[in-house]
Design a protein. Structure first.
Length: 322
C-alpha cells in the first residue's frame, strides 16, 4: 500500500530568521522544502495552512461569481461592462496569488521573497481594478466627466507601480530594520487604498450631510470599508499572537484573520459595485461616452506589464541584497 510521509514541522528557533513571524513559535515548514513538500504541507496543520486555504477557496468563490455574471452580462460586446470585467479578473487573481505565495514560500529564502513579490504585485493590480470599478460606476454625480474623473484610473495605474515597488523594496531591510520594513510595506498599501476610495468617502459624506436615500450600494461600501480597516489593523498590529506568543500558532493568528477580513471586504465591495452597475447605468451612459479599448484593456495591460517588470527587477536584485 502506497503511503505518503508528510514533511516535518519545526519550531521557530529551528528555521532561519527570515522565516520568523511575530508571536508565532511553532508550525514552521522546512526552509528548503521541495514543491511537493509545500503542497503536502497544505494538507497538514502548519502555521500557514489556514492562510493557504482561506484564499484558495475564496478564489474559486470569486471565479464562480465571475462565471455566473458572465452568463447574464455581455462582457465582450458592451463597453459599459469592460471596467467590471477587469475588476472581476483582478479580484480572482489576488487571493490566488496570495494562496500560492503562502504555499511555496518555504522552498528557500529566495523563493520566499519572489513569492511575496508576486503577492504584492497582485494586490497592487487589485487596487487598480478597484479604481476601474469606482471610476466607471461609483463616482459621485458631480464629479462625473470632471478633471479628477478623467485622471482617476491613470493615476491609479501609477499608484500600482509605487505600491509594488515600495512593498517589494520593504523586504530588503526586513532583517536589519524590521520596523522600517513594516512601515514601508504598510504605507505601500494604505496609500493606494486611500486614493481608490476617495469617491466612496465623498459619496458617504454627501449622504450624511444631505440625508440622501440609503441604498444597498452605500451599505455594501460601508461594510467594505469596515472590513478594510480591520484588515489594516490586523496587518499592522500582529494581534492577538503578539500578546500571547505560542498560543495562536496554528489558528486564529492575525494573518488568518487578516485574510478572512480581506475577502469579506471584497465580497461586500463586489456586491456594492454590482448594485451601482445596475442602478446607475442609464444615468452614467447618458453622461459619459462609451469606454474605449485603450483606456480600459490598454491601461490594464500596461499596468500588468509594468508591475511584472518591477517584480523582475527586484528578483534580479536579490542575489546582491544583504
Amino acid at each position: 500500500m502506497l503511503t505518503i510521509k508528510l514533511p516535518q514541522i519545526f519550531r521557530v528557533h529551528q528555521v532561519p530568521r527570515i522565516f520568523w513571524e511575530d508571536g508565532i513559535m511553532a508550525g514552521y515548514q522546512h526552509p528548503k522544502s521541495s514543491a511537493l513538500d509545500c503542497v503536502l504541507n497544505s494538507f497538514q496543520m502548519t502555521n500557514e495552512t489556514v492562510n493557504i486555504w482561506t484564499h484558495f477557496l475564496l478564489t474559486w468563490y470569486f471565479v464562480w461569481r465571475f462565471l455566473v455574471l458572465s452568463s447574464s452580462l455581455d462582457f465582450c460586446q458592451e463597453p459599459y461592462h469592460w471596467s467590471l470585467l477587469i475588476y472581476l479578473l483582478l479580484v480572482c487573481l489576488y487571493p490566488f496569488a496570495s494562496s500560492c505565495a503562502h504555499t511555496f514560500s518555504s522552498m528557500s529564502a529566495r523563493a520566499r521573497h519572489i513569492c511575496y513579490f508576486c503577492d504584492y504585485g497582485a494586490l497592487s493590480l487589485y487596487s487598480l481594478g478597484c479604481a476601474f470599478a469606482y471610476g466607471a460606476y461609483a463616482m459621485p454625480d458631480h464629479w462625473v466627466s470632471g478633471v479628477l474623473h478623467h485622471s482617476f484610473v491613470p493615476m491609479a495605474a501609477f499608484n500600482s507601480f509605487v505600491c509594488t515597488g515600495l512593498s517589494c523594496y520593504s523586504r530588503f531591510p526586513e532583517l536589519e530594520h524590521p520596523r522600517l520594513s513594516k512601515v514601508l510595506r504598510t504605507a505601500a498599501f494604505v496609500y493606494p487604498f486611500l486614493y481608490d476610495n476617495i469617491p466612496l468617502f465623498c459619496r458617504l459624506l454627501f449622504c450624511f450631510w444631505s440625508n440622501c436615500s440609503w441604498n444597498e450600494a452605500m451599505a455594501g461600501y460601508c461594510y467594505h470599508l469596515l472590513f478594510a480597516l480591520l484588515t489594516g489593523f490586523l496587518f499592522a498590529s500582529h494581534l492577538p499572537e503578539r500578546l500571547a506568543p505560542g498560543r495562536f500558532d496554528y489558528i486564529r493568528h492575525s494573518h488568518q484573520l487578516f485574510h478572512i477580513c480581506a475577502v469579506l471586504g471584497t465580497h461586500f465591495q463586489l456586491e456594492a459595485i454590482l448594485c451601482d452597475v445596475c442602478s446607475r447605468r442609464a444615468w452614467l451612459q447618458g453622461h459619459l461616452p462609451a469606454p474605449g479599448l485603450p483606456g480600459t484593456f490598454g491601461t490594464a495591460g500596461l499596468a500588468f506589464l509594468g508591475n511584472a517588470a518591477i517584480i523582475g527587477a527586484f528578483t534580479a536584485a536579490l542575489p546582491r541584497a544583504p
